[in-house]
Design a protein around this ligand. Structure first.
Ligand SMILES: [Zn+2]
Length: 57
């Protein structure tokens, strides 16, 4: 693991899918079940709809 903070400013652009989405999780905006979970701020997990692009947590 890198302990350097050199690239900390770029982290916000580096969304990564982290896990299978739990069954039944749907987008609150469009109702699609095409939802991915990504790492958000401070190591939390946010959900992103791959159909309309909405993100929430
Ligand atoms: Zn959506």
């Amino acid at each position: 693991m890198s302990a350097s903070g050199e690239d900390a400013g770029k982290a916000a652009d580096d969304l990564r899918a982290v896990a299978e989405v739990p069954p039944g999780l749907r987008c609150p905006a469009c109702g699609s079940s095409h939802v991915a979970q990504v790492l958000g701020d401070n190591g939390g997990v946010s959900s992103v709809c791959t159909a309309c692009g909405r993100s929430w947590s």
